[in-house]
Design a protein around this ligand. Structure first.
Ligand code: ZN
Length: 211
């Protein structure tokens, strides 16, 4: 019996020969570039130290209120609502409030998108404008500062079809009532006090109930 050894990067147990051939790495890790492996390692460190549960200084420094949130004419996302019969954005918000989980997707004529994802207890609000390259999430003092439980985790969904894509980081989560009132304010053309719009980072390392 050959004694297996741990991969230098992950928890895989590998044969000594594999380790010798691949600089200590398993067959999966050797396929990943050193840069990406370093990035993943850095993410794991930040997760272990709890740093991912609050906005980074860089996120904080780039806080900005997208003008459309104060004066935008928010309407229903046409594809998502094609077969849902709502008269207005406000109708869709009111209906969503009765659900235990789901989404509200609004758009402006200027390319703005306001996406709400919510579960029983939390909501995540994202603002995106492909034309201006602005991608932001709403941060308040009541956003989560700890791991969101798996069953309450909000998934980023595709605004066209509602299919889930990535898991939002815990720090993006705010109490769902707060998230809904943010949308109601946007639709009514009112600012939401105490909301910072922080630039979204790459959050592809966030997993369901982890990060
Ligand atoms: Zn490995």
């Amino acid at each position: 019996m050959t004694q297996r050894v741990k991969c230098a990067e992950c928890d895989n147990m590998i044969l000594p020969q594999t380790a010798a051939d691949n600089d200590g790495l398993c067959a999966q890790c050797v396929k990943i570039s050193p840069e990406l492996r370093a990035e993943k390692r850095e993410y794991e460190r930040q997760l272990a130290e709890g740093l991912v549960f609050t906005p980074s200084p860089a996120e904080r420094a780039n806080s900005k209120l997208p003008p459309e949130l104060a004066n935008g004419q928010w309407q229903l996302q046409p594809e998502y609502y094609a077969e849902r019969n709502f008269e207005s954005a406000m109708d869709a918000i009111i209906a969503a409030k009765t659900e235990s989980g789901g989404n509200v997707f609004l758009v402006t004529d200027d390319g703005g998108q306001l996406n709400l994802g919510f579960t029983d207890r939390y909501g995540v609000c994202e603002y995106q404008n492909q034309d201006t390259g602005d991608f932001r999430y709403a941060y308040t003092k009541s956003n989560l500062r700890e791991q969101v439980p798996e069953e309450l985790h909000v998934v980023q969904a595709c605004p066209c079809c509602g299919v889930g894509m990535l898991w939002y980081p815990s720090r993006y989560h705010m109490p769902r009532d707060r998230a809904f009132s943010l949308l109601e304010n946007a639709v009514s053309g009112c600012e939401s006090p105490g909301v910072e719009w922080l630039e979204t980072d790459d959050f592809s390392y966030t997993e369901h109930g982890r990060g």
